[in-house]
Design a binder for this molecule. Structure first.
Ligand code: 2AM
Ligand code: CA
Ligand code: CA
Ligand code: CA
Length: 266
């Protein structure tokens, strides 16, 4: 039997300490490199933070597996057992340019089921936390369930580049969606945007390509609150490979899938 209370206690302690370490780097010079393209950055702090978590987890739970963005984990090929899915800094572009609007994101899964989710706003020292069957909490206070909303009343999170010409989706599909929505926002951190939907600060989040560490924690929070977390064509999200991501309040999810997104090809 897994002692989830103990796992939760450790996870919080490590997230807090990792956050303190990241805040201390604000006055230091960063070592920045690019990955797949010019928008895809990684710094020494991303790598050191992931290594910090891995060392803590391995020395405490040697039977747990770790999937981390920067590749220092186990690169699991199945989702069996306990798997920690870690994004040490979600929103690295924001970390580099703004020193704000970035998150530590950790989802802990048991045989593919999300049990504990943490999205930690390092700069504000604020934790969005969810536990399967026990609810979602922001700064320790319970977060209400998500309620239905129409597109006209909704604020959508999406990246403006998807509404220009791009290879993944015809902008003629997204343009009317943007026009009908009450408003759109783009924060540049998937974990932050999913946490904001959980809080009701936005109503949906749409993005064309993410990896499991970007949404592993957020999916737990959203589903615990009665929201939906799927691909843009409505399929389940995988914790082993990436896809498009569509996070939404109930009702709005069905409306957008039916009227705008269901033709999306992965
Ligand atoms: P990251 O900062 O951890 O890389 C906006 O860029 C959001 O998309 C961030 O949450 C970012 O996570 C994520 N993302 C996923 N794949 C990306 C890529 N190839 N380039 C830039 N951002 C990416
Ligand atoms: Ca990255
Ligand atoms: Ca990320
Ligand atoms: Ca990252």
């Amino acid at each position: 039997m897994v002692n989830w209370i103990e796992v939760d206690t450790y996870a919080r302690e490590w997230i807090k300490e990792a956050g303190e370490r990241i805040r201390k780097t604000f006055t230091q010079k960063l070592d920045i490199t690019t990955k797949s393209d010019k928008n895809d950055l990684v710094t020494n702090v991303d790598k050191e933070t992931e290594q910090y978590f891995i060392e803590k987890i391995r020395s405490t739970y040697n039977d747990h597996k770790i999937l981390g963005e920067e590749g220092y984990g186990d690169k699991p090929t199945t989702i069996d057992g306990i798997v920690w899915i870690i994004d040490p800094i979600d929103g690295t572009m924001n970390f580099v340019h703004q020193k704000r609007n970035f998150m530590i994101s950790i989802g802990i899964y048991e045989n593919g089921v999300g049990i504990l989710g943490y999205i930690y706003d390092v700069v504000h020292n604020e934790l969005f936390y969810g536990k399967k069957g026990e609810g979602v909490f922001f700064q320790g206070k319970p977060v209400p369930k998500l309620e239905e909303v129409s597109l006209e009343e909704a604020v959508l999170g999406l990246n403006p580049t998807w509404v220009t010409e791009n290879r993944r989706i015809d902008y003629s599909i997204l343009t009317p969606l943007v026009k009908r929505a009450h408003g759109t926002r783009s924060y540049g951190s998937a974990a932050l945007e999913i946490a904001y939907v959980a809080m009701g600060w936005m109503d949906a989040y749409i993005t064309l390509r993410l990896s499991p560490w970007d949404y592993a924690a957020g999916k737990i929070l959203i589903e615990e609150l009665g929201g939906k977390a799927t691909t843009l064509s409505g399929k389940p999200l995988s914790m082993l490979e990436g896809s498009s991501v569509f996070i939404s309040k109930p009702g709005l999810h069905e409306e957008l899938l039916e009227n705008y997104l269901k033709e999306f090809k992965e």
